[in-house]
Design a protein around this ligand. Structure first.
Ligand code: TXA
Ligand code: MG
Length: 335
């Protein structure tokens, strides 16, 4: 055998989701280890949701602060609701409509949920992903999987297996390769444990779609020192390079070392001397969401690019969710 320059047995930790790989993932999870898991939103770093040692390992691998709670994933709504102490009617209604899919519900937790999963909060975040590999693993494992996005804390979320590998390297023994994520943005996080529905994170299901079912949702106002959802930090999803959010593309400097995260048909692209990643040349928000993190990562990794520039997308549907991530990536907080 040739010597392996990347360091031994774990170098090939990316595996096709064969039945053998799923069963190896289950063995690892039962032993308290973590695995890279494809979902329809972004890739997750999964561990046994009821095993505090596994939860601790997730925080350690991600270098995530312990005050930022995790989402528990389930194969179906019955499993998810079994860990909630109270299930409001609105929760059943949106679950019926959007699960499995990119929606996370924050509800009062039952005592069985470890404090580490909720960072000591009285509520737990529950989600039923639709990705067939996530479904297969959840069913084979037979319990909840805690899974934050599989990036180092504060960095760009991974939307394919190679990006997980680039983020976490050999810190994970196994990354299941389920192809590129169809949605490309994290789930929408909706808190239903209080008096009124509260949007904690815009995501893969638009606010308009949810409001059509349960009526008005209040936006949560993130602040750095005391965020309502601990994940609402102003600087998040960040590339290593500076990202500048400009009001108009005319403000993007005409330079070879400028990277442009573009959207829609843009006449100016033809004469732009820098590096362009157009997340949807046709101007479709759903395509833009699916390509957003990958394009951001590409510009971040491109040695020709010194600074990344972007303009906001139309402020509706998934455009709002993308804008929120652009704002945070640029470090300028809430919308
Ligand atoms: O699409 C997704 O949701 C992905 C995939 C892997 O499922 N997961 C994900 O997890 O984005 P993570 O950990 O990166 O983001 C979870 C968000 C954080 O903003 C966190 O603060 C919030 O959910 N959250 C979790 N539990 C909460 C709770 N009990 N109360 C309020 N917010 C909570
Ligand atoms: Mg995340």
């Amino acid at each position: 055998m040739k010597p392996d320059p990347t360091g031994g047995a774990q170098a090939n930790n990316v595996a096709a989701p064969t039945p053998e790989a799923i069963s190896r993932a289950v063995d690892l999870l039962r032993a308290g280890q973590v695995v890279g898991l494809p979902t329809e939103t972004v890739y997750g770093l999964a561990g046994d949701g009821l095993n505090p040692a596994a939860l601790a390992r997730i925080f350690e691998v991600k270098r995530r602060p312990l005050f930022d709670p995790l989402i528990l994933h389930f194969a179906d709504a019955a499993g998810a609701f079994a860990l909630a102490a109270e299930i409001p009617v609105a929760a059943r209604e949106v679950a019926q409509r959007f699960w499995p899919g990119p929606l996370t519900l924050v509800l009062r937790k039952r005592d069985v949920v470890p404090d580490l999963a909720t960072s000591g909060l009285p509520d737990v975040a529950l989600r039923v992903p639709s990705h067939p590999v996530a479904q297969a693993l959840l069913r084979a494992f037979g319990g909840p999987l805690a899974a934050p996005s599989a990036n180092r804390f504060g960095r760009i979320s991974p939307t394919d297996a190679q990006a997980v590998r680039a983020e976490l390297g050999n810190a994970v023994p196994l990354i299941l390769d389920g192809g590129p994520c169809a949605i490309g943005l994290e789930s929408t996080v909706l808190m239903l444990s209080g008096d009124k529905p509260l949007l904690l994170r815009a995501g893969g299901i638009s606010v308009e779609e949810i409001e059509a079912i349960i009526g008005p949702i209040q936006p949560a106002t993130p602040v750095d020192d005391r965020p309502q959802a601990p994940g609402q930090l102003k600087h998040h999803y960040a590339p290593r390079k500076p990202l500048r959010l400009v009001a108009d593309f005319a403000e993007i400097p005409s330079r070879a070392d400028a990277g442009w995260l573009a959207f829609g048909p843009q006449a100016a692209l033809a004469s732009f001397p820098g590096v362009v990643e157009n997340i949807s040349p046709e101007g479709m928000l759903r395509d833009a969401a699916a390509h957003f993190f990958r394009a951001l990562r590409k510009l971040d990794d491109d040695p020709r690019v010194a600074t990344i520039y972007a303009t906001r997308l139309p402020a509706r549907g998934l455009g709002l969710a993308i804008n929120e991530r652009l704002q945070r990536a640029a470090g300028c907080g809430d919308l």
